[in-house]
Design a protein around this ligand. Structure first.
Ligand SMILES: Cc1ncc(COP(=O)(O)O)c(C=O)c1O
Length: 369
């Protein structure tokens, strides 16, 4: 039996006719930049995120970059973030000229440990960028308290956590801005790249919109040096077809996660910890296991998709060597990188497929070395 890590074809089969019709409508209209589909998606994403404003952008990466630029963060500034994340979080900070400062993670949730943030604050700190990893939000009350005390912006990297909640509050709605990604593997994935920024700050919203279009306002008169961060209307149209299914898809992921949790209880497999304050959308179902690399190879040999998110923490990346971090500086992130493994959890997964994953893992772990 083959069990891929993600099966986008299975999902597409359920919405193909609607997607083809809406893409055809956009093409016939020849509104190839901006237009009503982008505006409608912005309105709907703002609403489901309990935010007043949303700005569609070209990717989750550009959502972060635009947010940093619109908050006027650049050379000489510092942004505190997690070392255990996808590259874009940190890459964008460096691209603005600012310096990323890492606070280690909570080993249970893999999110930034708020107890380690305040000691990283200096007079150059401008923002905190928590990453809501794998579908679960970071401890936002503690983060907001530090941000308010030191007058810092909070950029929520919610690329993996759209509609996820913390104490009933939606991802993206607590900080200064929230950044979403519509990369195809996300719970709400486009047919290519796309992203969105949400905020409740009207002034910032206006800057984000202008920045998205080379900082021009009006056309050909440039207030800031922005970029082409625009969301493609074909992607917006596809996302509008998918959006009504998002909650059911995330619920199916939660059911699949609960099934694994039950099957792995009392075994060597450490299942994901979800804080009682959070509802996860399980963009990834990430276990910790002994002999992780051997297990990953064994699963692949048996036709089961799995992935290590993330094998090499940000502070140890070659391109960030100039920041001066060493092995051992952020031990929890480094340990997680050695032990984590993401398993298939996508909504269309069957119980039969899940049982096969569970049996293969438990069989491997009970075998002699
Ligand atoms: C945590 C995190 N931040 C940022 C990004 C960047 O998003 P994108 O791939 O849409 O540029 C991603 C997704 O890939 C992500 O997982």
């Amino acid at each position: 039996m083959q069990v891929p890590l993600l099966d986008l074809k299975a999902q597409y089969a359920t919405i193909e006719n609607e997607v083809l019709a809406t893409v055809s409508d956009v093409l016939k209209s020849q509104r190839c930049i901006g237009g009503p589909k982008v505006a409608e998606l912005e309105e709907k994403i703002a609403a489901i995120s309990d935010c007043q404003y949303a700005v569609g952008v070209s990717s989750g990466t550009d959502a972060i970059l635009n947010s940093l630029m619109s908050l006027d963060i650049g050379t000489g500034d510092e942004v505190i973030t997690s070392p255990f994340t996808f590259f874009a979080t940190v890459g964008c900070i460096v691209r603005t000229g600012a310096r990323p400062v890492f606070a280690d993670i909570d080993p249970k949730t893999y999110n930034i440990n708020p107890d380690l943030i305040e000691q990283a604050v200096t007079e150059r700190t401008k923002a905190i960028m928590p990453v809501h990893l794998f579908g679960q939000m970071a401890d936002m009350d503690a983060i907001m308290q530090i941000a308010e005390k030191h007058d810092l912006a909070v950029i929520e990297d919610a690329a993996q956590s759209i509609t996820s909640t913390y104490k009933g509050r939606k991802a993206g709605s607590i900080g200064t801005v929230g950044c979403f990604s519509f990369f195809p593997s996300k719970n709400l994935g486009a047919a290519g790249d796309g992203g969105m920024i949400v905020t409740n700050d009207e002034g910032l919203y206006n800057r984000l919109r202008i920045m998205r279009n080379h900082g021009a306002n009006p056309k050909y008169y440039h207030k800031f040096v922005g970029g082409n961060f625009r969301l493609d209307p074909i992607q917006a149209a596809v996302l509008l077809v998918k959006l009504p299914h998002l909650d059911a898809w995330s619920e199916a992921r939660r059911r699949n996660a609960a099934f694994y949790n039950e099957k792995f209880a009392g075994t060597l497999v450490q299942t994901p910890y979800i804080s009682p304050e959070c509802v996860s959308i399980y963009n990834q179902y990430v276990i910790r296991v002994p002999r992780r690399d051997e297990l990953a190879a064994h699963l692949k040999e048996n036709g089961i998709g799995c992935e290590i998110y993330y094998p090499h923490p940000m502070h140890l990346q070659e391109c960030f060597h100039p920041l001066g971090y060493q092995q051992g500086d952020l031990p929890e992130a480094e340990k997680a990188a050695q032990e984590v493994l993401a398993l298939p959890v996508y909504p269309e997964l069957t119980r039969e497929m899940q049982n096969h994953v569970v049996e293969t893992i438990l069989g491997f772990l009970s075998s002699p070395r």
